[in-house]
Design a protein around this ligand. Structure first.
Ligand SMILES: [Fe+2]
Length: 341
């Protein structure tokens, strides 16, 4: 026999009990599955789509559900136009792509970078002798530092008027373990926002500044912030310019694919135009946490002769400072980006 109980009484009786997470809540709202959909915004998904396209010149193997793909069947030292077109397509689709076992010289990396557009500005390092557009990113085995180049979630140099659109890293000397890089798909993160939040963030402009990085460096080497080192990387910095920074759309549209993505990170996003500091901090704090959820990420274990390419307009990334005792050496190039829109 079913006894009808007024709904309000049921609510009161539930409220009177001490907090008891899933079983009681599940029977109140419905099934345990219903509760998960309320509390874990990533399930059910319906938005993850990192499937590879069927290419003719290469094979793309997805790395994670959120993003990333290994590209196989390509020799980057001998690249024709048709293969490059598929590489670019795979990059925009997967946000980060990587190639194993590439026997390439600096000239090959420079040539591949130049296929995407003019070289980007590097605000931190002077470049290598004879290769001004290649930055050597190295941490020696005996160096112990709190801050290394690229640690902390970031998009590359967003404090510039035209931040680099695309970045490339070629691994030369790689620790046996540690030194991974992690990326987060900021287009997917945008898709997971509610329509209301998308409308809130859509018209906003985020201020990007290297003030936080510079003050961390100044703490490390007081009075000599502009000529400091980050790990073993020599810095050559126009301190004033990168601290002053630049404002960009908080939601930017990719010029090729038309995808919208959040342009926000933990390292450089320092304010929102027209908002007070507490207002901006609250919104940026939420967005910074939102975009870096593990489900939006992929993680690359480097090996010598691995080249990774990522699109700074569609993802953010972070290096790990977790390989003390092991040397790590990489070569980095960037492509000059458009003014974000
Ligand atoms: Fe970076």
């Amino acid at each position: 026999m079913v006894i009808a109980v007024p709904l309000l009484d049921v609510v009161r009786s539930r409220q009177a009990k001490p907090y008891n997470p899933l079983p009681a809540a599940a029977s109140f709202f419905g099934s345990a599955e219903d509760i998960r959909s309320l509390t874990m915004k990533l399930h059910p998904t319906g938005k993850f789509d990192n499937q590879a396209k069927p290419y003719t010149r290469l094979t793309a193997l997805p790395l994670a559900s959120a993003m990333g793909a290994e590209i196989q069947g390509v020799d980057l030292s001998a690249l024709d136009d048709a293969t490059f077109a598929e590489i670019a397509d795979a990059l925009y689709r997967h946000k980060m792509i990587f190639f194993r076992d590439q026997r390439i010289a600096l000239e090959h990396q420079e040539a591949l970078t130049a296929r995407f557009g003019p070289f980007g500005t590097d605000a931190y390092t002077p470049g290598m002798p004879g290769h001004p557009n290649v930055q050597r990113v190295v941490k020696e085995a005996d160096v112990r530092v709190k801050l290394i180049f690229g640690s902390g979630w970031h998009t590359d140099s967003p404090f510039l008027e035209q931040p680099p659109s695309i970045s490339m890293l070629f691994g030369v000397d790689i620790p046996p373990y540690g030194g991974d890089t992690i990326w987060a798909n900021t287009a997917l993160a945008y898709d997971f926002l509610s329509e209301t939040m998308q409308q809130v963030v859509g018209p906003l402009r985020v201020h990007m500044s290297a003030a936080g990085v510079m003050s961390a460096l100044a703490d490390k080497a007081p009075g000599d912030g502009a000529a400091a080192k980050m790990g073993s990387v020599e810095l050559d910095v126009d301190r004033q310019a990168i601290i002053a920074g630049w404002s960009h759309p908080l939601v930017r549209r990719h010029p090729v694919t038309g995808e919208k993505a959040l342009y926000v990170d933990e390292t450089y996003s320092s304010g929102i135009e027209g908002m007070t500091d507490p207002e901006a901090r609250a919104l940026l704090g939420f967005l910074q946490q939102h975009v870096t959820q593990p489900a939006f990420t992929c993680r690359l274990r480097w090996a010598p002769n691995t080249l990774a390419i990522w699109d700074n307009r569609l993802c953010i990334h972070q290096a790990f400072n977790d390989h003390d005792g092991f040397r790590r050496e990489m070569y980095r190039t960037t492509v000059l980006g458009e003014v974000p829109r």
